[in-house]
Design a protein around this ligand. Structure first.
Ligand SMILES: *Cc1c(COP(=O)(O)O)cnc(C)c1O
Length: 499
């Protein structure tokens, strides 16, 4: 028997006695988890979700019901809840499943969407990574000598030939790369940074705090909009360890601005360290973007060490890459913090395979095969074609609700190429009431193949730049289902209604 909590009534009038009787009757009607689990339906769920998870979910649902009973649930509400218990358990199990990692269709038009995992890996790379992870590998084993090897050895030569660096090493992410660089090269001494570059990148990553964490002393130089060479020169002294340049990423100052190029900073006689943020390998102005210094360019201009993300414009796995003069990279490699921020084998494998793609392919091929580069550079006409195919696939299109292809603006995202938008095409859904659109948005998000979209100007917007061709069928099916379930109706039906 499940235990019946002792319900105490200070005033045991007949009314409360009757109530207590009624409640203990209800408690007796609560199903017992073990017995409930023996039913045929549960056997099916257990096969899919496992016994523990099913039992947990039943317990949670019953616990919630007990709370309601303590607050005095009506008898008919109690019966209804018990009748609907199976449906509630299934709902909770499905919800738990959505908490696990599953593929998501990104229809937001934001290419490096940090919450959606930033860069999708090239499919060949993803396949090889799975193969390597399924067994043992030569992660830290030199097959030539049969001795212990180094995990960066797998891609160091690729990085060096792609960027012109003398040496390179990878860590878990670029935030770790900046911290490691400062810790290894500046600890206990001063780092000169322009006041225009003391930025917060997002997710609590703030340059002044990272410098402090690295044990260095921040020496602010110049002003927010203008910093001159003389400002650096005045601040430099015996205790200066290095100059740190930081790409302001998600933030741009326009107008009356000035910063000092690396070749001039070199004249101060200190190492110049540069956090490039995105770190692209190809000049992106060929594709209509503003000039963004490539890693090679930053090194050619004299940076001693640069660091950048693996999963921003590079289009690989989450990683931080440090590249530059061998003298400094060797110090970084040997720093005790290196062991704490070293990349795991998934990262090493995925990074190597992505870099190999850059090394092996002509630029036009690489741009085709590395998803981030493809999405950034795909002609708007091709995106339009995908929007047309999506529209053709919709079979339950309520009249006047779905429109497209409509020109839209996609974004690089992830703090890369700030303020630059990419001409794109979208399909929009309108409805007689805004709540229906919010319902549709939630329906798409909670489906078996979740689709993430945005709502703008009283329309649900599906941007096709970030949707893969092979995803359009799934997307169409989800939309068809959602429009039916959410009762999407002609927006003109709401004519005269405000908004
Ligand atoms: C994104 C970014 C970082 C952090 O990189 P993660 O790989 O996300 O850790 C650091 N610095 C700059 C300038 C960035 O743009």
């Amino acid at each position: 028997m499940w235990s019946v909590p002792d319900i105490r009534f200070p005033d045991r009038s007949r009314e409360t006695e009757r109530f207590a009787d009624k409640m203990s009757n209800l408690y007796r009607k609560l199903p017992k988890v073990d017995i409930y689990l023996e039913r045929e339906e549960c056997r099916e769920w257990i096969a899919v979700y496992g016994r523990y998870q099913v039992a947990d979910v039943i317990r949670e649902a019953l616990q919630e019901l007990r709370m309601q009973m303590r607050n005095g649930i009506k008898e008919e509400d109690f019966s209804r809840t018990i009748q609907n218990l199976d449906a509630e358990v299934v709902r909770r199990l499905r919800q738990k499943k959505r908490q696990r990692m599953i593929p998501v269709i990104n229809a937001t038009g934001i290419i490096l969407h940090t919450n959606l995992g930033r860069a999708p890996l090239p499919s060949e790379a993803a396949g090889r990574v799975a193969e390597i992870l399924g067994g043992y590998s030569n992660l830290e084993y030199d097959l030539e000598t049969g001795r212990r090897g180094e995990r960066s050895s797998h891609f160091e030569d690729l990085l060096c030939s792609l960027t012109g660096a003398e040496a390179a090493v990878a860590v878990n992410n670029n935030a770790a790369a900046v911290l490691l660089m400062v810790s290894a090269l500046c600890s206990g001494r001063e780092v000169l940074i322009s006041r225009g570059e003391l930025v917060e990148i997002g997710g609590k990553f703030r340059i002044p705090e990272v410098v402090a964490q690295g044990g260095a002393v921040l020496r602010e130089v110049g002003t927010t909009n203008k910093t001159h060479w003389e400002d650096y020169a005045r601040a430099a002294g015996d205790n200066t360890a290095a100059v740190l340049k930081v790409h302001t990423s998600n933030f741009r100052i326009e107008g009356f601005t000035e910063s000092v190029p690396t070749d001039r900073l070199k004249m101060l006689g200190f190492p110049v360290l540069e956090d490039l943020g995105s770190g692209c390998l190809y000049p992106l102005e060929h594709y209509g973007f503003r000039h963004e210094p490539t890693v090679r360019e930053a090194l050619e201009r004299g940076a001693d060490v640069v660091c950048f993300s693996g999963d921003k414009l590079l289009g690989g796995p989450q990683a931080g890459i440090l590249a530059g003069k061998k003298k400094y990279i060797d110090i970084i490699r040997c720093h005790p913090l290196m062991r704490a921020v070293r990349p795991d084998k998934c990262t090493v494998a995925a990074l190597e395979l992505t870099l190999e793609m850059y090394a092996r392919c002509r630029e036009d091929e690489a741009v085709e095969r590395i998803p981030v580069l493809r999405m950034l550079t795909e002609p708007a006409g091709t995106v339009r074609g995908r929007a047309e195919r999506l529209l053709e696939m919709l079979t339950k299109r309520p009249p006047f609700c779905v429109e497209g292809p409509i020109p839209s603006l996609a974004e690089p995202g992830g703090g890369s190429l700030p303020g630059q938008q990419i001409p794109s095409f979208c399909v929009t859904v309108g409805a007689d009431r805004e709540e229906r659109l919010m319902e549709l948005e939630a329906y798409l998000r909670k489906g078996d193949h979740p689709v993430v979209v945005r709502i703008a100007d009283h329309h649900l917007v599906i941007d096709l730049r970030t949707v893969r061709e092979e995803e359009t069928g799934t997307l169409a099916a989800a939309l068809d289902g959602g429009m039916e379930v959410c009762g999407i109706k002609d927006p003109a039906a709401a004519a005269g209604m405000p908004g």
